[in-house]
Design a protein around this ligand. Sequence first.
Ligand code: HEM
Length: 396
Amino acid sequence: MFGPGGLPKGPRRILTATDLPLVGIMDPEVHAERRKPWNRAFKAAALKEYEPLIATRASQLIRVLANQHGEIDIGRFFNYFTAATALSHVPYLGPYGGRIPAIAATVDRLLSYCRDFTMRRIERGSEHKDIFHYLTPFDIQQNNDDQPDKPSPPIKQLLDDGVLAIVAGSDTTSSALTSLAFCLATHPAALRRLQAEVDRFYPPGADPCDARHYRDMHYLTAVINETLRLYPPVPSGMHRRVPHSSHGVMLGPFFVPGGTSMFLHPYSMHRDARYFSPFTDGFWPERWLVAEGGLPLDDALKDAPDGTMDTASPAKVNHVTFTHNDAAFVPFSHGPGNCVGKQLAMQEMRAVVCSLLQKFDLQLREGWDVQEYDKGFKDYFVTTRPEVPVVLRARF
Ligand code: HEM
């Protein structure tokens, strides 16, 4: 359904009432062509160039958090961080950043403003390499880069894709960070273990935004994955449709007639015991370490989520069947139409978590009903989430 040669995107109007940004393009060939500059914008070399930008925003976040006194709603600060980071990549949208949750209501004004600003940005050329740089061959020409003969894309396309970069990149990452903070604050043992890993790679004085250690931080990756498993920021996933012109397709054992619309639903798949067990609905980052062969199951079970496992009973431990199906983990979707910004999102989350835990201890408001989070985590294509009231204490 999603892989190479899979189904085209479904008919969904996203972000603009008229033409479609990348995410809504249904024709696979047009989509593939339009995606090329996006792919360039998220290659490893490009991500390396964005490091200073992420570092600036992450250290701003830490400075602002350090000035807060008493209890804060930490999700609000992640919203600021991800919006500011996205706007740094697509600078022509700057003044509208504060309106991101209400972006649909201001689309006309947004686009007219963007048109003027984009023209000025084109005249001015590239200031530094951001996503915009890769989406605009204008910049590439001025830098004598690799595509000097490529014709300029229409302004309308730049505007549509610019709005997409903001919306796709900010609310999703903020949702993930908020859920992650909630999971850590409600699982102190996992928090301590992650903090120990952060201390090992980024002791006081080391730069937590220096990305060179991120890939060796297996527990950090496990915590991020486990958060995205339980709380995928796009819970209903994305739309695909069998073309009307088709005589139908076979998906596994199922025949699906032409014209049928489908969603692959990450939230349900991630919480299905056939794919992830034990503790399917529990926060257990250790499952990712077991799956990659880095931790024996018996050791992992010692960190079972509270109340789910009588680890004092070896007999019970022996009867646990471990199931982990990576193919069923799809927070960023899958295939040629998947989330092109996945690696940037991972880099941003790692930078924020390392910066945060290097500096602060995190404690949930005493007596706060943890059920509130699941009640308030609602699917509106992206998510709403309730406030997560925490107190941050400086560690040093
Ligand atoms: C935790 C954070 C994120 C999650 C969970 C996420 C998830 C998704 C999902 C589920 C899709 C739909 C893919 C499909 O149609 O199959 C998508 C598309 C997209 N995302 Fe993300 N995303 C995240 C962060 C980002 C970031 C930081 C950017 C950077 C700008 C970004 C840019 C995009 C773009 C441009 C698309 C459209 C891709 C296409 O249609 O080819 N995303 N994302």
